[in-house]
Design a protein around this ligand. Structure first.
Ligand code: NAD
Ligand code: GLY
Length: 360
């Protein structure tokens, strides 16, 4: 098992990465002093892992309430949040009762938001079960839901008390979801960790084949990168925005195609290739670097082009991004492999050229 730390003064917390951690009661016990917890999962993950977690807690005298939500990005909305509040109120959950998110990023983001807002804040624990959630969404405290007008537009910064990434849960993850998670792994290499990008170029096939050691290494290295960035800039006043490489384009794809049609990681992969194309048009990235990126995403079985949507539609949807400031879209672009920048100074002509060149 590897142990990392997110350093945020009194809101600091550990991330544990290892095989079989769902049953490691000793890692959870410091956060369960009230002897009661609410575990929130979905209809896919609950049948696989809920009883394993509950049995361990029951053995140690912890009362567990369970909430099982419908599965899917299209349920990441205020209606589902209301069903969580309904259950918590009905069962008289108190301020000291932790909510445990057992699932992928959709569950983690929603449970975190419910924890941030129920009774103005209750403790929150992340047990991520997808690669994407283990390398990205469970760490850093961004929580929230989608709105018909924009992805993740309603939310709160609210840190978990502990993150338990059980790599054994990845055994049941469908291949398409595993590949979607690789998109966010590649992101860390591109924005700030060139040696990791080079390691990924050497080991991407091992990751796709679920080699245990390779996965453990990639998850730990990704979490290290994320913990450093979040520790420097928790509320995204600067450096943290770099973690959104490909996301302005990607969120437009997810929203434009209908939530859930393109997986988040798939949309981010195509979006990252659009950001690379734009970086090249800005004169910052070499064509050979863009080719190198395309090759890696393709080997990870991820899309490298956006879907067929009108250029104007992309632009309209990108204008809804959270990074828009003073009416201008702030782009995360690459100056080179391993080095990202944020800029609002992108000529519209170049953006249109990118959208035309990079979409089907
Ligand atoms: P997801 O939560 O929808 O999970 C993907 C699918 O895998 C779901 O059907 C889920 O039920 C299933 N699943 C989960 N674990 C499984 C397992 N072990 N075995 C079998 N099936 C399993 O999607 P995701 O990719 O984990 O997360 C995407 C979400 O995360 C998006 O909503 C995105 O906006 C959000 N996100 C948030 C952050 C953040 O910082 N908060 C960062 C990145 C992404
Ligand atoms: N996934 C982007 C962030 O956590 O900031």
């Amino acid at each position: 098992m590897q142990t990392l730390n997110v350093g945020l003064a009194e809101r600091s917390y550990p991330i544990y990465v290892g095989d079989g951690l769902i049953q490691a009661y000793d890692l959870l016990s410091p956060y369960l002093s009230g002897r009661r917890a609410v575990i929130i999962s979905n209809t896919t993950v609950a049948p696989l892992y809920m009883s394993r977690l509950v049995e361990g807690l029951h053995e140690h005298g912890v009362q567990c309430d369970r909430i099982v939500l419908p599965d899917g990005e299209r349920f990441k909305n205020s209606k589902t949040i209301d069903t969580i509040y309904d259950e918590l109120l009905r069962s008289h959950c108190e301020r000291s009762t932790p909510l445990i998110a057992l699932g992928g990023g959709v569950i983690g983001d929603m449970v975190g938001f419910a924890a941030a807002t129920y009774l103005r804040g209750v403790p929150f624990i992340q047990i991520p079960t997808t690669l994407l959630a283990q390398v990205d969404s469970s760490v850093g405290g961004k929580t929230g839901i989608n709105h018909p007008l924009g992805k993740n537009m309603i939310g709160a910064f609210y840190q978990p008390q502990v993150v338990l990434a059980d790599t054994r849960t990845l055994d049941t993850l469908p291949d398409r979801e595993l590949c979607a998670g690789l998109s966010e792994v590649i992101k860390y290499g591109l924005i700030r960790d060139l040696p990791f990008l080079e390691w990924l170029e050497q080991n991407i096939e091992k990751l796709r084949a679920r080699d245990k050691d390779a996965l453990q290494y990639a998850i730990t290295r990704s979490c290290q990168n994320k913990a450093e960035v979040v520790g420097n800039d928790e509320r995204e006043s600067g450096e943290r925005a770099l973690l959104n490489l490909g996301h302005t384009f990607g969120h437009a794809i997810e929203n434009g195609m209908g939530y859930g049609v393109w997986l988040h990681g798939e949309a981010v992969a195509a979006g990252t290739m659009m950001a690379a194309d734009l970086s090249c048009r800005m004169g910052w990235l070499k064509t050979s670097d863009v080719d190198r990126m395309r090759d890696l995403f393709q080997r990870a079985n991820l899309p490298v082009r956006g879907p067929d949507m009108a250029v104007e539609k992309y632009q309209e949807l990108m204008g809804l991004d959270k990074k828009v400031a003073g009416g201008k879209i702030r782009f995360v672009l690459l100056e080179g492999l391993g080095s990202a920048v944020i800029t609002s100074d992108v000529p519209e002509k170049l953006l249109k050229e990118t959208l035309k060149a990079c979409c089907d």
